[in-house]
Design a protein around this ligand. Structure first.
Ligand code: GDP
Length: 198
């Protein structure tokens, strides 16, 4: 699939306002600052792609993009959080929306979960993995900003994370990723193709 030809479809505050639940979609999630926007920009070659998700007041929206001009194959930018400024009520509402989306979205084929390689498996990440497991939703973890570590430590982190994933019996897998170096892009594209062409 041609990820360089992605187009913004719509933003939705909750599941009820999402595009029709037909075709296939893959969602991207990550704690804020994990490198989600950079990854989506690197994948699509378009730095304007994730602008809405960075606009203050719009950070809680679910953003939908069509792939290769086909609205039946979509990428979804899920809201991430992690800034202490978010009030608890807002955070809880947000969590309810994310959980609901993962459990009930029929067209959802897989979840890309982004973690900064220097701080993997945060509480947010564990929560997302928990929900994914409940929904029996496959997950690809991207250990982002891999260029920030030397090769040895980066591989060590990957192996440690993979070890922790063994309990999930293959539902969740992990790879290295660097938006800056383009590392892991082909691997990611291969996974997305498999999910979106299901
Ligand atoms: P988001 O909040 O998850 O969308 O994260 P961003 O994509 O905005 O990235 C957060 C910070 O990490 C920014 O300062 C980026 O420049 C930096 N960053 C993102 N990806 C990479 C990467 O692959 N390598 C390096 N060195 N920095 C990155």
């Amino acid at each position: 699939l041609n990820y360089r030809n992605c187009q913004f479809i719509t933003s939705a505050p909750k599941l009820a306002q999402c595009p029709d639940d037909s075709g296939s979609e893959v969602a991207f999630a990550g704690r804020s600052n994990a490198g989600k926007s950079s990854a989506i920009n690197a994948l699509t070659g378009n730095s304007k792609m994730t602008k809405t998700s960075k606009t203050p007041g719009r950070t809680q929206l679910i953003n939908f993009f069509s792939v290769g001009g086909n609205p039946e194959q979509r990428l979804v930018d899920l809201p991430g959080y992690g800034f202490a400024k978010v009030p608890l009520k807002v955070k809880q509402e947000w969590e309810r929306n994310l959980d609901h989306y993962l459990q009930h979205r029929q067209s959802l084929r897989g979840l890309v979960l982004l973690m900064d390689i220097r701080h993997p498996m945060t509480d947010f990440d564990l929560m997302m993995m928990n929900w994914a497991e409940q929904a029996q939703m496959p997950v690809r973890i991207l250990l982002t900003k891999a260029d920030k570590l030397k090769r040895g430590p980066a591989m060590n982190t990957l192996l440690q994370v993979r070890k922790q994933l063994e309990v999930h019996g293959g539902l969740i897998n992990a790879q290295l990723f660097s938006a800056v170096k383009g590392e892991g892009l082909d691997d990611l594209r291969g996974q997305l193709d498999l999910w979106l062409e299901e």
